[in-house]
Design a protein around this ligand. Structure first.
Ligand SMILES: Cc1ncc(C[n+]2csc(CCOP(=O)(O)OP(=O)(O)O)c2C)c(N)n1
Length: 325
């Protein structure tokens, strides 16, 4: 058991529950037809954004992808603004111009995801290179799925990162499926982490459903990156419990396989540890849940009451300015 103080442990638990409960709300809102665009949930993968973002400072930059809602929250976007973004409202980070998928924040160091899998990896490597050239000790973190790691951009990004020893942590969320394609049909090797060695840096494969494993691996990688040691690839083994998106029933995922992974739920595992070690009592847990539920009620209310952007503003913010979108 890692020697983390109770306050820190409960923070991690809170953040994992926040991610899960936020997404559960989204699933309901999706069924009510209130969400614009697709909805890609990370149910069962919450230990990854929480355990990794826990080590980041405000000046660090993350590059999330479509299944990384937790990373947005933990890096600092307030639930109400993220909710407004997802409902397409003017009060969201992209002012109602986009689905959740392409939200970002320059101030909080969140690069908006693109739709093209893995295209964000060279971008994150470039951000890390800029930190290095400027002599700053900020780092960049790039999230991606194992499916994305089969694209050329992944390899170009890693090659560049390795050559220049940039302060980058590559977090692969290996959830065994790229849409309907199972991992055995995506690549001929067992582990995405093996690929790091070809580019001159370390790759590790860990249990992505174990918050402590994620927290520890990230701690090491961040320290190394901040101190000039270059990139690390952390491959987090996990599983996509739900479909690729909310419209996908994922009949191609065997029921027994899903059941097996449900038993490895990262939140249930962490809760068991916290309860058995005396860190989390029933009333403390209820307190955490109640606080999150009321924050989410407030977020949904704020988002629902916010206006859609006026049509005549559609061409605003098309080109980059220094203004925070
Ligand atoms: C270059 C490219 N090809 C295909 C797609 C369509 N697509 C979007 S998400 C996805 C699956 C991605 O799988 P993975 O990278 O493993 O992440 P996961 O969705 O499992 O989290 C696909 C095929 C895309 N967005 N970009």
């Amino acid at each position: 058991m890692p020697a983390l103080p109770k306050k820190k442990l409960l923070r991690l638990y809170h953040d994992m529950m926040l991610t899960r409960m936020f997404e559960d709300r989204l699933s309901k809102l999706y069924r009510q037809g209130k969400i614009l665009g697709g909805l890609y949930l990370s149910t069962g993968q919450e230990a990854i954004p929480v355990g990794t973002c826990a080590h980041l400072r405000e000046d660090d930059v993350i590059s999330p992808v479509h299944r990384d809602l937790g990373a947005f929250l933990i890096k600092g976007i307030e639930p109400r603004f993220l909710m407004a973004q997802i409902l397409g409202k003017e009060t969201g980070p992209s002012k109602g111009r986009d689905s959740f998928l392409h939200a970002g924040s320059k101030r909080l160091g969140i690069i908006p995801p693109t739709s093209i899998l893995a295209s964000t990896i060279p971008i994150a490597a470039g951000v890390a290179f800029a930190f290095k050239v400027r002599g700053e000790d900020s780092i960049a973190v790039s999230y991606f799925g194992e499916g994305g790691s089969n694209r050329g951009d992944f390899h170009e990004g890693l090659n560049f990162a390795g050559i220049h020893k940039v302060p980058l942590v590559l977090v692969c969320e290996n959830n065994k499926y790229a849409y309907s394609t199972p991992v055995e049909k995506e690549m001929a090797i067992c582990c995405v982490s093996y690929r790091a060695e070809s580019y001159g840096f370390e790759g590790v494969t860990i249990d992505g459903n174990d918050i402590f494993a994620v927290y520890d691996a990230m701690e090491k990688a961040v320290e190394k990156a901040r101190n000039g040691g270059g990139p690390t690839l952390i491959e987090c083994m996990t599983y996509r419990i739900k479909g690729h998106s909310e419209h996908d029933e994922a009949k191609y995922q065997p029921a027994e396989e899903k059941e097996e992974w449900k038993q490895k739920d990262p939140i249930a595992r962490f809760k068991k540890f916290l309860t058995e070690s005396g860190h989390l009592g029933e009333s403390e847990e209820q307190d955490i849940i109640d606080k999150i539920a009321s924050a989410l009620d407030e977020a949904v209310k704020f988002a629902e009451e916010s206006p859609f952007p006026p049509g005549e503003d559609a061409l605003k913010h098309v080109f980059a300015t220094n203004e925070e979108p």
